[in-house]
Design a protein around this ligand. Structure first.
Ligand code: COS
Length: 385
């Protein structure tokens, strides 16, 4: 065995340096606002400004369109480090990647040039619109229609649970173009916030992730130019699912970051908190909980990086690993944050400490970008095919 074989399990130097840079930025410029952003349910403007200035708001955008061209593992590291201090702020790189991956993989260069430079610079942010009220897990049951009209398209319908709804400038929207063809009659489009007939509904009142706006969006005879379609008509559902193969690891990364933030806070607390004449960290019951939390986070992290690396290498069968990484990491995040609150005791149940926010934020990672039940469906299909 050569050194190179062992290097497979070590991050390259540039990834280590990236982590240090984003950790430093996150601790100095994002963490101080995290509690207030959550408390006031306000957009993390400081995080957007800091991430944009450093080129980290959409670091996945290829160089030729003004971005950093960061690989999938680098993007996961960035998301993880931001989520470690503020999950809501980590939605900035997450939603930008989700809202542009279909375009990057399948769109025309002309359309990429219309969208990507402004997202890379932080002047615009992106969103992804797949779900509808009656088409969540069963995404192909969507009703939103797009009809060819002259040299453009006219969209009618409603999408829900849209991260950055009302905040984004560009929306990747899946709509039915041929109702007789089921999943193969769905197409993908780029819709702009100022397109005629594009309307934003009220913000959802959520359990967590308060700093990340979620809203319904409506298309009321929304007219867009013909060149805004991504790829060929009828390919939109496959583009949507391929996108999720690339982005589900980013939710895994967010979950790992939230869990790491909770573990770090808990380690500091149990070493400081004294009961029965000694720090509670010295009780074996507490030690075992801390060890299990760290062990599971490390396993989740490796699964996430390995899924992201597979996508980066252009491997074709990504679904199992992408779903496994998102599912495992989010289940770990829920368990770790719940145990963090437990180890803080009564203090953990108050807003004086960050772990209750982390527990509320962790919950959504088990639900969005496909519930963990759907992830298990995807994994089982890949295994049993
Ligand atoms: N990449 C590309 N194409 C894929 C794919 C993938 N990962 N998985 C399936 N497809 C293709 C299939 O091959 C099929 O095409 P053909 O008919 O040409 O063979 C088409 O897409 C439809 O696939 P399938 O019949 O498996 O689709 P289903 O309606 O059964 O749905 C699930 C599949 C449940 C996996 C999908 O609807 C899903 O992921 N749902 C959750 C959606 C979600 O994550 N929502 C969260 C909001 S987005 S943030």
């Amino acid at each position: 065995m050569t050194t190179t074989d062992f290097d497979l399990f070590a991050l390259p130097e540039e990834h280590v340096a990236l982590r240090e840079a984003i950790r430093d930025l996150s601790e100095k410029q994002i963490a101080p606002h995290a509690a207030e952003v959550d408390e006031d349910s306000r957009y993390p403007d400081e995080a957007l400004a800091a991430l944009s200035a450093a080129g980290f708001a959409a670091l996945h955008v290829p160089d030729e369109f003004g971005g950093q061209g960061a690989d999938g593992v680098a993007v996961c590291i960035a998301i993880e480090e931001v989520a470690r201090v503020c999950a809501a702020s980590s939605m900035i790189p997450i939603a930008n990647k989700l809202g542009t991956t279909g375009l990057i993989l399948r769109g025309s260069d002309d359309l990429k040039n219309q969208v990507l430079p402004s997202v890379a610079s932080g002047d615009a942010i992106a969103a992804y619109a797949l779900s509808e009220r009656e088409a969540g897990s069963d995404a192909a049951a969507m009703r939103t229609r797009a009809r060819a009209d002259g040299d453009g398209w006219v969209l009618d319908g409603a999408k829900c649970w849209i991260t950055n709804g009302g905040k984004a400038s560009w929306y990747t929207v899946m709509a039915v173009t041929d109702p007789d063809k089921g999943a193969n009659g769905i197409s993908s489009f780029m819709v702009r916030a100022d397109d005629e007939g594009f309307v934003v509904g009220p913000k959802e009142r959520k359990m967590g992730l308060h700093g990340s706006p979620t809203a319904e969006i409506y298309f009321e005879k929304c007219r867009i130019p013909g060149d805004r379609i991504i790829g060929e008509p009828g390919t939109g559902f496959k583009t949507a699912l391929t996108t999720l193969d690339h982005t589900r690891p980013t939710i895994g990364a967010q979950a790992v970051g939230i869990a790491q933030g909770a573990l770090d806070a808990t380690i500091a607390y149990v070493k400081d908190r004294k009961q029965f004449g000694k720090a509670i960290a010295q009780f074996q019951g507490v030690e075992f909980m801390i060890a299990d939390m760290a062990m599971k986070i490390e396993a989740a992290r490796l699964l996430v990086y390995s899924a992201a690396a597979r996508a980066e290498r252009g491997e074709s069968a990504l679904a199992f690993q992408a779903s496994a990484s998102k599912c495992f990491a989010s289940d770990v995040a829920m368990e770790v944050t719940t145990n963090a609150v437990q180890l803080f005791g009564g203090a953990g149940y108050t807003r004086d400490f960050p772990v209750e926010r982390m527990m509320r934020d962790a919950k959504i990672t088990q639900i969005y970008e496909g519930t963990n039940q759907i992830q298990r469906v995807v994994m089982a299909r890949a295994l049993l095919r």
